[in-house]
Write a protein that binds this ligand. Sequence first.
Ligand code: TRP
Length: 347
Amino acid sequence: MGNIILTGDRPTGRLHIGHYVGSLKNRVRLQNEGNYDKMFVFIADAQALTDNFDNPEKVRENIKEVALDYLAVGLDPSKCILFIQSMIPELTELTFYYMNLVTVARLHRNPTVKSEIEQKGFEESIPAGFFTYPVSQAADITGFKANLVPVGDDQLPMIEQAREIVRKFNSIYGDTLVEPEAVLPDDERCYRLVGTDGNAKMSKSLGNCIYLADSEEEIKKKVFNMYTDPNHIKIDDPGKIEGNVVFAYLDIFCKDDSFEKYLPEYKNLDELKAHYQKGGLGDMKIKKFLNSILQDELRPIRERREKYSQDMDYVYDVLKKGSEEARKVVAETLREVKRAMKIDYFE
Ligand code: TRP
């Protein structure tokens, strides 16, 4: 059997360049390599509601934003099926049956859930829906019998939990579900892009993101305000590379021809770094360089995004058709699941 690729994002905000290097780029690559039977990318609105149930407008609005980001980075509805999670009620039914295969203790130990509970300050008042979202995520993956799940490394505990559920299901009810595998970017430095302020994580609440939808001016402003080396005051001072956000981004975005194009006096990034460490290279110059590189990378994405945003009818049509197609796939899996569980009374 060929590969089934599936992944998704919560619609809680626009996608940023951390999402882009951590997962979106990888998806587009997989999509264009074409080594799969089916590929699904979806907007996890039901999961987003588990901690935004009191703000449905936010989730609804961001479905548009995420869909535009998807199309803008090059996900192509003729190659991969784009859909909305809540439009597939069969996923909820699978979740309910999988709930029996997971203990509360195991969910408490899930590192992603654990850190999110701390972050959100739920303490003892954890919404049950939020607490059990890894089970729903297992349904998302297994409902499509996906074997490859391109995600950021923060999602590894979710994939592990899904694998456990699959093994338990198959051992109790017979071979039915497929064990998924995460697909991470080849370059480990892409796993987590630091925020523009030097914080380990790019996140909306910290206000340290560069969004795919940002204008040329916004990108420029963010680059020129980036955290570098606070002790690198005069141009002649030696500068530090570690913890310097400009170099962290250059490591990821700088290409072979970037120097030829924008900084021909250097051969490569190693030379630039050496000069910075020695002293005599100002922040202004490296920021200008990074800005040019980022603008080149993000301009086509932004332009496509603008084009699609002029035609939201088309965007919703893509999601609607995708949801219909996706639903058929999960409905079939649910039939198999119910047969395996011996709750197919009238068939
Ligand atoms: N948890 C993912 C996120 O926070 C979204 C998601 C939901 C997902 N279900 C999934 C990702 C299944 C991959 C596979 O963005």
